[in-house]
Design a protein around this ligand. Structure first.
Ligand SMILES: Nc1ncnc2c1ncn2[C@@H]1O[C@H](COP(=O)(O)OP(=O)(O)OP(=O)(O)O)[C@@H](O)[C@H]1O
Ligand SMILES: Nc1nc2c(ncn2[C@@H]2O[C@H](COP(=O)(O)O)[C@@H](O)[C@H]2O)c(=O)[nH]1
Length: 195
């Protein structure tokens, strides 16, 4: 694929990916573009179809997967998630640096493609803090919260493996984590301008 290298943001649910991403997109309008994933989960209050996600059904999403429309897809906490080829192409057509927010399964699948992104993991300072953030967010049932915490334990182990991520950011103090992310992405966007 041509154009600037995309950026994959991953990390446990509740680590702070969306918080950091939304701020980044707002502060750097016209530089980064979000790859809008598909999901079968229900929208949360305030989430917009086509902006936060393409909210869809299992049947429609499976049909798209079977038709080869997805770069990657995964089952997470009882729902399907996936990155369509169109989601990435839409961002690239606007000449923006494409940012993808995917779980660890998505990271592994993207590594099998020719997308060649920079892989950044956003990690919480501890499981206890992660659980508190997820509970305080009030978006999960007890069942989905437990599934997310189980997935987080796996994610936190895998993210320590050498070579999985280019950069790991611990999101303890939000300001510090944001500065760290900005610094890394400034390098990416400076490289992109040289292209
Ligand atoms: N550094 C931080 N300190 C305290 N709270 C934080 C911090 N970063 C994020 N939060 C809060 O933690 C919660 C989870 O953050 P966020 O929704 O951004 O996580 P996420 O990684 O995008 O999760 P998911 O993968 O489930 O979408 C939010 O309520 C957010 O406001
Ligand atoms: N493999 C993929 N994972 C994705 C995608 N879009 C989001 N995600 C990940 O799902 C979980 C849960 O997200 P939530 O919005 O329900 O809290 C989180 O870890 C995301 O990173 C995708 O297209 N592919």
């Amino acid at each position: 694929m041509s154009g600037p290298r995309p950026v994959v943001l991953s990390g446990p649910s509740g680590a702070g990916k969306s918080t950091l991403l939304k701020r980044l997109m707002k502060d750097h309008e016209g530089v980064f573009g979000f790859s809008v994933s598909h999901t079968t989960r229900n929208p949360r209050p305030g989430e917009e179809d086509g902006k936060d996600y393409h909210f869809t059904t299992r049947e429609a999403m499976q049909e798209g997967i079977d038709n080869g429309e997805f770069i990657e897809n995964a089952e997470f906490s009882g729902n399907m998630y996936g990155t369509s080829k169109a989601a990435v192409e839409d961002v690239r057509a606007k000449n923006l640096i494409c940012i993808l927010d995917v779980d660890i399964q998505g990271v592994k699948r993207i590594k099998e493609t020719d997308l060649d992104p920079i892989y950044i993991s956003i990690q919480p300072p501890s499981m206890e803090i992660l659980e508190k953030r997820l509970r305080d967010r009030q978006t999960e049932t007890e069942e989905s919260l437990q599934k997310r915490l189980e997935a987080a334990r796996i994610d936190m182990e895998l993210s320590k493996e050498p070579g999985v991520f280019d950069i790991v950011i611990i999101n303890d103090d939000l300001e510090k984590a944001y500065e760290e992310l900005k610094e890394i992405l400034n390098e990416v966007s400076a490289d992109a301008q040289k292209l």
